[in-house]
Design a protein around this ligand. Structure first.
Ligand code: KG4
Ligand code: ZN
Length: 340
């Protein structure tokens, strides 16, 4: 089954074609990032995002079809991100996907954006077997899940305020770094000392698997205001912040693995591209003889491949929608139906 996937939940227009024949393979993928357009505003402007998805989607679909050597008759279904995300951006993608599926006479299937992220490591050569713990860390979500199969998700813990990626973005903004903040803070942190500032590791002193990042963000703001030779200390602030954020995430991952008794953990979403997070988690897992799984770096952040893959699994299970188009800006992943 060949599935065209379309992602438009935020500021990336992603299109890909996944074929599940044999071991399954990604035939082609294209991504257009709106980062430059939103950078002037220091964050995503929803109306501009929607309009740009409309401009870019059709040319990207053409590119992907050509790169995969596919004609419309070769496509068996179309998957699109139906939520969570920006309502207007989601609607543009959903309408284009639904219309194209109608024109080509194939089924259309709505995909949950975070399920796309979660399943992205299954596109890799050495995919994790179920069950596993998953840490989903993006600009809008920080969630620990127990995953027993596709659609079998139990929420173990989540952020009670800011998402981890959002904390990176806000810290970058405070320090005058570029948007999106994660890569900018991580780059700056490379030349800083991570013990220069003692930032809090929120919620580690309490039992449970929830996160909180707003106190850490405030601590960074206070440090910036009270540091006499700021901005000379920007790299030190970034390194100390990144160390605190990563430490918090990892300790909760270990706690979740101990509580569930699972030895496999999947990290996905934009923040899972973070190199410090990957290397420190690898160290922490060594004594437990546990293993971490990640998407390829290009599939950590938003992309069409993860939507094509997740949509293919759901189409195979017989899911599809009628001609109506609806999206959900908020959509708990635990509401998804179990298919494997
Ligand atoms: O998954 P994603 O592309 O979009 C959402 O679904 O939100 O994640 C974007 C988030 C942004 O907050 C961005 O700053 C963060 O991922 N991010 C990173 C890194 N690369 C992207 N955070 C930390 N370190 C990185 N290397
Ligand atoms: Zn995302």
């Amino acid at each position: 089954m060949r599935v065209l996937g379309m992602e438009t939940s935020c500021d990336e227009t992603g299109v890909a074609i996944y074929d599940d024949a044999g071991q399954g393979q990604l035939l082609a993928h294209c991504l257009y990032s709106q980062i430059d357009m939103h950078a002037d505003y220091g964050g995503v402007v929803p109306e501009l995002a929607s309009r740009d998805h409309i401009r870019k989607m059709v040319p990207l679909v053409r590119d992907v079809m050509a790169a995969a050597g596919c004609q419309p008759g070769d496509i068996d279904g179309i998957a699109y991100t139906a939520g969570p995300g920006l309502a207007g951006a989601l609607l543009t993608g959903a309408l284009m996907a639904r219309s194209l599926a109608y024109a080509w006479g194939v089924p259309a299937v709505p995909v949950h954006h975070m399920e796309g992220h979660l399943l992205a490591p299954l596109l890799e050569a050495n995919p994790p077997a179920f069950p596993f713990v998953a840490l989903l860390v993006s600009g809008g979500h920080t969630q620990l899940m127990r995953v027993d199969g596709i659609g079998r998700y139990a929420l173990l813990g989540e952020s009670i305020d800011d998402a981890a990626g959002e904390a990176f973005d806000k810290v970058a903004k405070m320090l005058g770094l570029s948007y999106p903040g994660g890569p900018a803070v991580a780059r700056m942190a490379l030349t800083g000392r991570d013990d220069a500032f003692k930032f809090p590791r929120p919620m580690l002193d309490r039992p449970g698997l929830d996160f909180s990042f707003s106190g850490l963000k405030t601590a960074v703001l206070t440090a910036r205001q009270q540091t006499a030779d700021y901005p000379n200390k920007t790299a030190d602030i970034c390194a100390s912040f990144e160390a605190a954020a990563v430490d918090t995430l990892i300790r909760k991952c270990i706690r979740a693995m101990q509580e569930t008794g699972l030895k496999r953990i999947v990290l996905a979403g934009g923040v899972s591209a973070n190199k410090r997070l990957r290397s420190e988690l690898a160290e922490a897992l060594k004594p437990m003889q546990a293993q971490a799984f990640y998407p390829a770096p290009e599939f950590c952040t938003d992309n069409g491949a993860m939507i094509a893959f997740a949509g293919c699994q759901r189409l195979r299970a017989g899911e599809s929608v009628g001609l109506g188009v609806s999206v959900r800006a908020r959509w708990p992943m635990t509401e998804l139906s179990a298919i494997a």
